[in-house]
Design a protein. Structure first.
Length: 72
């Protein structure tokens, strides 16, 4: 098990989004489906597009879910 410390008040950057997705073993398509967005949108984010506040909250929730399940 990997222990990850993350400050939920921090913004997600493109490297962190890709790192987190890969840490969870998700494809862009799987992450997109989980977050209710398109694979293309995840791809754009991983290439450096700005992250809207709504997506930040979704990523924070996804992070917390996997942390509580002991996957992080």
């Amino acid at each position: 098990m990997t222990i990850v410390m993350y400050n939920l008040n921090m913004d997600w950057n493109k490297e962190e989004i890709k790192w987190f997705r890969q840490l969870l073993g998700l494809t862009q398509e799987q992450m997109a489906k989980t977050l209710g967005v398109t694979q293309s949108y995840i791809s754009h984010l991983e290439r450096g597009k700005k992250i809207p506040n709504v997506l930040k909250r979704l990523l924070d929730c996804l992070y917390e879910k996997y942390r509580k399940e002991g996957k992080l």
